[in-house]
Design a protein around this ligand. Structure first.
Ligand code: UD1
Ligand code: UDP
Length: 367
């Protein structure tokens, strides 16, 4: 009988906990796989990390680094050094990386240099904006990976266009769709957030802002937040604030004055967030994951960016870009998008991405 195959999943930031959990559930079904979790500690606050392990019922990671935050070079470098140490110690048969954060990049670099095959979940996405740290992380991670698990047809084409061989590319659908379907019943039970925040179903805007391009420039962040505050005078607005944005606002002295209509809250757990998303009239965000979740829940979305890695959502009319700081333009888009209804084709598979990912892993590692 062949020996157990060891897989190390490398995670570190909020969206990765959600993506990893679905693959973990599927890996558990195979006796021949044993999976170890390595958490880089990129996100470390209770409501950015622990809450997901509790909410989604995942055991604590096998390895957890308390590296803290920092500039890209320092953060990625420290992760690389620490991940390499664990990989040398454990010598896994395979490494899984997720998404496009610095934890993804450090995981890819560490594994590739040790000649450990890599599977990249959420491959091939491109914004074609190299100013985004995520675009750099995606490109390098894709080119270092052995198996590229792509969520959409566009992502497969992007990878092909960069010369990545077709036999490495697997169109498996979006892992976050698996999560939305899997947790939908649990989400329905978690309905206290609407009453706690005094929100009426389909009568509020949910907003999240955390991207560097929106938070690092004080003038831009100030205007953006002012626009959200102005919008909240027309529609109640809920803003679970990412710590990056909270810190930037503090640093630049940006404060809200209408906290009765603008409901400023701490980051919430996944189930609470899903409840807020599902019942919103419209979502305003610069998050990658939230754009897709809006679509899965049938909620129109405005993306506060120039580009998106999810262009299918724009083509279908469920998402639109708005990086302008003109309040009137934002308001116009809100009033137009809020009326969006109609078909939602299955752009991202049918919710069995994890099944397919693990099947491909099995074919690669075991057979
Ligand atoms: C990272 C990812 C981004 C992803 C986001 C998900 C990179 C380059 N960026 O951005 O792609 O969309 O995670 O949320 O990897 N902070 C805390 N507590 C925490 C975590 C962060 O206070 O638990 C604060 C610190 O001030 C830190 C800042 O947030 O400097 C930024 O954190 P960092 O992980 O570097 O980047 P994110 O903006 O979270
Ligand atoms: N999310 C959450 N609580 C929040 C904000 C977001 O659970 O307060 C979830 C959201 O539902 C999605 C993921 O975090 O599943 C998206 O993460 P984020 O926006 O931080 O990063 P991105 O997707 O842009 O990389």
């Amino acid at each position: 009988m062949s020996k157990m195959k060891k897989i190390i999943s490398i995670i570190g930031a909020r969206p990765q906990f959600i993506k990893m959990v679905m693959v973990k559930k599927e890996l558990r079904k195979y006796e021949k796989f044993t999976e170890l979790l390595l958490h880089t500690g990129q996100h470390y606050d209770k409501n950015m990390s622990d809450v997901f392990f509790q909410d989604l019922e995942i055991d604590s990671p096998n390895f957890f680094f308390r590296l803290g935050s920092g500039n890209h070079g320092r953060q990625t470098g420290l992760m690389l050094k620490n991940i390499e140490k664990i990989l040398v110690q454990e010598m896994p048969d395979f490494v899984l990386i997720y998404g496009d954060t610095n934890s993804t990049l450090a995981g890819a670099l560490a594994a590739a240099k040790l000649h450990i095959p890599i599977g990249h979940v959420e491959s091939g996405l491109r914004s074609f904006d190299m100013k985004m740290p995520e675009e750099i992380n995606r490109k390098i991670s894709d080119h270092l990976s052995t198996l590229l698990f792509c969520p959409s047809k566009n992502s497969v084409n992007n990878a092909k266009n960069e010369g990545i061989s077709s036999d490495k590319l697997f169109l498996v659908g979006d892992i976050m769709y698996d999560a939305v379907l899997f947790f939908s019943e649990k989400v329905l039970k978690k309905n206290t957030v609407l009453s706690a925040l005094k929100l009426d179903n389909k009568n509020y805007i949910l907003a999240t802002i955390h991207r560097a391009e929106n938070t690092d420039d004080p003038v831009r962040l100030k205007k953006l937040m002012l626009n959200l505050e102005k919008l909240s005078k027309k529609y109640t607005l809920v803003l679970p604030l990412h710590p990056r944005t909270r810190d930037a606002m503090k640093r630049y002295g940006i404060i809200f004055t209408s906290l009765s209509t603008l409901k400023l809250i701490e980051p919430v757990g996944y189930l609470t967030m899903s409840m807020l998303e599902k019942n919103a009239a419209i979502i305003i965000t610069d998050s990658g994951g939230v754009q897709k979740e809006a679509y899965f829940h049938g909620v129109p979305c405005i993306t506060i960016r120039d580009t998106t890695e999810w262009p299918e959502l724009i083509d279908e009319g469920w998402n639109c870009l708005c990086s302008s700081l003109e309040f009137d333009l934002l308001l116009y888009k809100v009033e137009r998008m809020v009326q969006k209804t109609g078909e939602r084709p299955q752009l991202y598979g049918n919710g069995n991405a994890a099944v397919q990912i693990v099947k491909h892993l099995y074919n690669f590692i075991i057979t």
